[in-house]
Ligand binder design. Structure first.
Ligand SMILES: *Cc1c(COP(=O)(O)O)cnc(C)c1O
Length: 419
């Protein structure tokens, strides 16, 4: 097929054209005279010629009603992101110089205070590891080489017990020991000359005794830098500066979740010196702990574009569209006797509309996990969340029209198991 065929500006919301964007000339994309040569031929031959690289590899694509899950590929990058990534791929540059320039642009876009800066990492998790590495080593080349051996360095990070999660592995990778606390008293007792940092998992704000604003104050009262892992915490867009304004020294966001940047990108925002030291501990610098977390020129540039697009988006209109999709699924499936729906928006992390789908087992004989598994095995394959209590879905990663397919398949499934 020709690339032109699967490109369509109306795909922006759903990004069916995201991959196609990689191959577009500036002229085709923006409807202007080409000033930059097209990076590839208009027609692909061999791999990719059908327009569906996944199908060609025998990998099933799924309708994603679960959200920005890394195991499903995160999000679909905006076509504009793919377009600037293709442009980035046409030249060599100094990666360090590019990181500094991109960071400066990001700080301007976010109107960060003058003592803050940014770099693009290969994800929020990478930002956590390199940010902490920089705190530990400073700009000392010997210490940078030495990590994760902490001889002569601070070696402890304080974290609330309820904030422990799979991502603190990235902190432990630096060699530090995590010191778990619950109460303010625990924090006082835990702080000592080995304390390098106090870490906060933003999505666990409600679970811990010490909330996000108090945590940074406690840290600063004791001259300890505070980190906020806010990976999945846009929307709302204001979170991109809220934690800076609260005084957090370092904050990490995923680029490949709701911001819809490159999947392997993230933002590390923070105090200038800490950002510089994080970069010293990251690729492209060799003999560093972060060398394995390579970020390419394409992702760095793509992240800048994604942020620019995200900031200028009509967030209220997006939110309305996400509700409309859930409402339309709900309207269809609640016509099946016994099916009910309810809605919620998590306070922090994935702060988007979610729908819970429940049914009366006396009317529909189907366990929620079996329902999820049947949908996953169906054609097309649909991924929803499931628990003992029912199914869960959100709509912010759906492509236009996919909500109709989900509704149809759910109705069929429920009717097939009606008692
Ligand atoms: C997704 C996530 C991460 C990791 O972010 P990546 O950008 O995938 O590296 C870290 N912490 C939390 C809470 C997350 O949700």
């Amino acid at each position: 097929m020709t690339i032109k065929n699967f490109w369509n500006r109306r795909n922006f919301l759903g990004s069916a054209g995201a991959l196609a964007g990689m191959m577009l000339s500036a002229r085709r994309l923006f409807g202007m005279r080409a000033v930059i040569p097209s990076p590839v031929e208009e027609k692909l031959t061999g791999f990719g010629a059908t327009g569906n690289v996944y199908e060609e590899l025998g990998v099933t694509t799924v309708i994603n009603g679960q959200g920005t899950m890394t195991y499903l590929g995160g999000s679909l990058p905006r076509p504009e992101v793919a377009a600037v990534m293709a442009l980035a791929a046409q030249h060599f540059v100094s990666i360090v110089e590019l990181e500094q320039a991109a960071g400066k642009r990001i700080a301007e876009l976010l109107k960060l205070p003058p003592d803050y800066d940014a770099i693009v990492t290969c994800g929020a998790a990478a930002g956590m590891q390199s940010g902490l590495s920089g705190i530990l080593t400073g700009n000392n080349p010997k210490f940078i080489e030495q990590l994760p051996d902490l001889t002569g360095l601070k070696s402890e990070v304080i974290i609330q017990k309820s904030h422990r999660n799979g991502f603190d592995h990235q902190l432990r990778a630096t060699g530090v020991k995590l010191i778990e606390v619950d109460s303010r008293e625990d924090v006082k007792r835990a702080i000592n000359s080995k304390t390098a940092m106090m870490h906060f998992s933003n999505f666990a704000n409600a679970a811990g005794q010490i909330k996000v604003d108090e945590w940074v104050k406690l840290a600063h009262e004791n001259q300890i830098p505070a980190f906020n892992d806010a990976a999945a915490d846009t929307p709302p867009v204001s979170h991109l500066w809220d934690y800076v304004n609260m005084g957090y020294d370092l904050i990490a966001f995923s680029g490949g979740k709701a911001i819809r940047g490159p999947q392997c990108a993230g933002l590390l925002l923070g105090k200038k010196e800490l950002i510089a030291n994080a970069l010293l501990n990251n690729s492209p610098h060799e003999d560093t702990l972060g060398r394995g977390m390579k970020i390419g020129k394409e992702e760095i540039v793509g992240m800048v574009k994604a942020l620019e697009c995200y900031l200028s988006e009509d967030h209220a209109a997006l939110d309305k569209e996400w509700w409309r999709r859930l409402d339309s699924v709900s309207a269809e499936i609640t016509r099946v006797p016994g099916v009910t729906t309810s809605f919620n928006v998590p306070d922090v992390a994935n702060h988007v509309p979610h729908m819970h789908i429940d049914w009366d087992p006396r009317k529909i004989s189907l366990a929620p996990h079996d329902a999820a598994s049947a949908l996953r095995k169906g054609k097309p394959s649909i991924v929803l969340g499931s628990s003992e209590d029912g199914l869960g879905m959100n709509s912010f990663m759906l492509k236009p029209g996919e909500e109709k397919i989900i509704a149809e398949h759910l109705v069929q499934l429920f009717k097939a198991h009606a008692v």
